[in-house]
Write a protein that binds this ligand. Structure first.
Ligand code: 5GP
Ligand code: ZN
Length: 117
């Protein structure tokens, strides 16, 4: 069923506490933790606790949780005292999505070029 934990999903394992992560924030519906391969001084992933394969599926099935997730990106930025930051959702393999559990990347703490590469 949509939103149910998936046994083979890395981020569901982090939500369940079965894989360790450096958690920076947690709410009833979301978890934020530091990326294992950071691309900037701040590189935090914000995920819904429920499993949806990508951000579009999350927004379609659970818009309230999608809003919670977006709100949490600002809370993460506040935590690391970032005035400027970038939120990235990679959707699909061609855009670099490698984990099929919805997640926002929050990147900051260095200059971020625009447009990105
Ligand atoms: P994607 O490429 O799907 O947009 O982002 C997945 C992110 O998850 C990558 O930035 C990758 O470094 C991160 N990641 C992969 N495995 C782990 C892990 O075991 N722990 C943490 N904290 N991050 C991970
Ligand atoms: Zn999952």
């Amino acid at each position: 069923m949509a939103g149910e934990p998936q046994d083979d999903c890395l981020f569901c394992k982090i939500v369940g506490g079965h894989v360790p992560a450096t958690i920076v924030r947690e709410t009833e519906t979301t978890v934020a933790f530091r990326d294992i391969n950071p691309q900037a001084p701040t590189h935090v992933l914000v995920i819904p606790k429920a499993h949806y394969p990508d951000a579009a599926a999350l927004a379609a099935a659970a818009p309230g949780i999608a809003a919670d997730l977006l709100r949490e990106t600002q809370a993460v930025a506040d935590e690391d005292k970032l005035e400027s930051y970038r939120i990235v959702f990679n959707k699909g393999p061609g855009a670099g999505q490698t984990v099929w559990h919805a997640h926002a990347h929050v990147l900051g703490g260095r200059g971020l070029e625009w447009p990105p590469g």
